[in-house]
Design a protein around this ligand. Sequence first.
Ligand code: AMP
Ligand code: MG
Length: 405
Amino acid sequence: MLSVEQARARVLESVSPLSIAAVPVADALGLVLARTCIAPHSLPRFDNSAMDGYAVREEDVESARTESPVRLDVVGEVRAGEPGALEVRRGTAARIMTGAPLPNGADAIVPVEETEEEGGVVAIKAAAPSGRHVRPAGDDVAEGDELVRAGTELGPGELALLASMGFSPIDVRKGPRVAVVVTGDELVPPEAVPGPGQIRDSNSVALGALVRAAGGEAVPCAPVTDDLSATVEAFARAADLCDLVISSGGVSVGRYDFVKMAIEELGRIDMWRVAMQPGKPVVLGTIGDTPFLGLPGNPVSIHIGFEQFVRPAIRKMRGCSTLLRPTLVATLEEAVHKSPGRLHFVRVRLKWSGGKWRATPTGSQGSHIQSSLVDCDGVARFGADASVLNEGDEVMIEVWKLPAQ
Ligand code: AMP
Ligand code: MG
């Protein structure tokens, strides 16, 4: 049986980054930058005022104090957006607004609070060394600087800088279209009242949400009954529509588990079963040219299998430079037991206290215990060879989210 790392490597080999699209910078939140952006010019582009006040020359105002102000002739005004063609000669000043270009001759700004203007003359009550309250050209970015690297998921900060530098449209990769096919005769929609033996289909909801949270576009498909020809038909249709097909259920050794058979009929199986708990019976394959990942049906198994295999695959297709979750070391607050042999993923809640992260298991760890995924911050890796983790042990956590403190 493959280890999680070996299996993930196979999954990642089977997918490639999608093609590049140009989108307006304002529409690129959460998309992944496809080419590194280099500054075509400096930022700011021109020396400008950081304050509303007066543009002056250092040597004119050296002796200015509240009790002995220096008086300067006001030669005009520069507002933000104006070219700032004024000239500030010796003995003069220009009224200036925040963001307006520094007029020729001036080298400092005196804030309006330290001045008093009357009849075209301004009394300056404080000295201003050269450069005071001036934002020089290139203060932020120099021409040729690397702005944002290819593979970055674009957030508001990156988008704003790229917009300032004129990068619109920008080259990005969008998320893959991911078909979510759930299998099972027992399923009814969440809105329905289940009959005897039936259950509500929560995996469609979970997988759709997981796909979107990973940056993919979830394409819902009608649930499939446990029937070979229905499964073949559903997978063929899904592969036609999408960049990746994922499924839940029907991958085990039950009499009515048809997923593997359907994939063999439509393409090929590259791997089956991974040494992990929960979620062992994972299928990797292809339907024609479309990659396929089949997860077992248990609600916790799909979550763990998605995290270990599907999310990294979606991120690779998006062109992300990092594929895996961040990790941290936490102190376990409660002992956990298991049988040796397979890597276990223990769902935990995290808490920062006493100068370290502390992890508490989210209750029963059975693969059908959906309540263990509520307010879950991530998983602790519980190594294949170990059988007990003691209270106080340091464990590696794959972080899904961090709690507010
Ligand atoms: P399977 O992998 O098909 O044997 O399913 C394993 C378990 O997961 C069974 O108890 C199923 O009833 C349950 N299950 C399968 N599909 C879903 C689904 N879409 N939503 C919720 N539970 C499911
Ligand atoms: Mg089933």
